[in-house]
Design a protein around this ligand. Structure first.
Ligand SMILES: [Zn+2]
Length: 385
């Protein structure tokens, strides 16, 4: 078995001595199952998140930042600083062993990539323009980091470590404390014995259109059980699936969102309900000031079941006369979904002061918060970015 020498978190919440542990090697399919699409794109595909958009950029709480893939502790909050670059930055890793550096010649530049030595996750890059004492800047993607607040650090201890600790009667107490808090989220492949994490999320997808995708995305991002929302285009072909072409209204596409959700926590019907409550399905080929077939109200169904659920929902809404005019939402078979350009993703979340977001997206978000209280992610929601 391939091993790597790193320092782990012990049951007492402190770093252990450096020791050889098995590497975490999983198939691509398994990583895809365990990670959100954005985590997978960055950690396993060497991607980069947009500056100023990561969820941990402004986090100033004390604690430890661990690898999102295998939970190896990587950085302490004590080494975090504001570099002004828009990405979470640290001047040193929690232990030299816990970061691997490799030369990176992509994009016509010479940079130094940083990786998780245990699972080979791509983390970011390191540069020589940091503050003293190291003068180094470890530039990270929030998406690849799991932040564990100070009082919960012991939950990062490997289960194997805890049971060893339990055998040692002198430290029974710390062992029980660690067990009570449970092992957060995913277990690394190196763990053994009983595992207490909840099962990996189920995944299903829904594709809706209801006007400008910035707004539709913002609405669904906040629902509990929604793992990821991607802005994009549906209803046309791959060749013309770009903002400029779609804006002409001649490509057949609608601005749409792909909602990746856990069907054990939120249903397709609940998503439909939120969709019909947050746009006007009686406007043909427009949504307010946004005019053209690219802004049409549509449901792109992936299978017969989704089609029937959408038909039933529309029939119910019409019968109950929820709207004063008939619903004109089109039901279209999903032949392809094409993600929009990066600058359109998470637009509302990243640009809360943009006039359009303030005027159109925020009222919709507020409406969902009031009308669908029970469906909203809680503050400590585990799927938030
Ligand atoms: Zn890792």
């Amino acid at each position: 078995m391939e091993t790597v020498t790193v320092r782990l978190i012990g049951a007492d919440g402190k770093l252990t001595e450096a020791k050889a542990v098995p590497k975490v090697i999983l198939s691509d399919a398994e990583w895809k199952r365990r990670l959100t699409p954005e985590q997978y794109r960055i950690a396993r595909g060497k991607g980069t998140e947009r500056a100023f958009c990561g969820g941990l950029l402004n986090n100033k709480e004390p604690g430890i930042y661990a690898c999102i893939c295998c939970k190896l502790p990587l950085f302490s909050s004590e080494a975090k600083y504001d570099s002004g670059t828009g990405w979470p930055s640290f001047f040193q890793p929690i232990a030299a062993e816990n970061i691997r550096e490799e030369p990176d010649h992509s994009l016509g530049m010479v940079r130094t990539e940083i990786l998780c030595p245990r699972c080979d996750a791509h983390l970011g890059h390191v540069f020589d323009d940091g503050p003293p004492p190291t003068r180094r800047r470890y530039c990270l993607n929030s998406e690849v980091l799991l932040f564990v607040p100070k009082e919960k650090i012991a939950t990062l201890a490997e289960p194997a470590d805890r049971s060893q600790h339990g055998a040692d009667s002198s430290s029974k107490q710390s062992n029980s404390t660690a067990s009570d808090t449970g092992h957060l989220g995913l277990a690394a492949a190196t763990t053994q014995g009983k595992q207490s994490q909840r099962p990996a999320p189920q995944r299903a997808e829904a594709v809706f259109a209801g006007g400008c995708f910035w707004c539709v995305e913002a609405v669904f991002e906040q629902l509990d059980g929604v793992l990821e929302v991607v802005s994009g285009y549906a209803g046309g072909t791959a060749e013309t699936a770009n903002y400029q072409a779609v804006s002409t209204g001649k490509t057949g596409h609608a601005e749409a969102v792909k909602i990746v959700y856990d069907p054990t926590r939120i249903s397709y019907e609940q998503l439909l309900k939120v969709h019909f409550a947050t746009h006007d399905p009686t406007q043909l080929n427009r949504q307010g000031a946004d005019v053209g077939p690219q802004y049409r109200s549509a449901i792109f169904y992936a299978d017969q079941q989704q089609k029937e659920l959408a038909e039933a929902m529309i029939a119910d809404l019409n019968a109950a006369k929820v709207f004063s005019r008939p619903i004109v939402t089109t039901l279209e078979p999903l032949r392809g979904f094409y993600p929009a350009e990066p600058k359109h993703q998470d637009f509302a979340a990243c640009n809360p002061n943009h006039p359009y977001v303030q005027a159109v997206a925020m009222p919709k978000v507020q409406k969902v918060r009031e009308k669908f209280k029970s469906l909203i992610k809680t503050a400590e929601g585990s799927d938030g970015k």
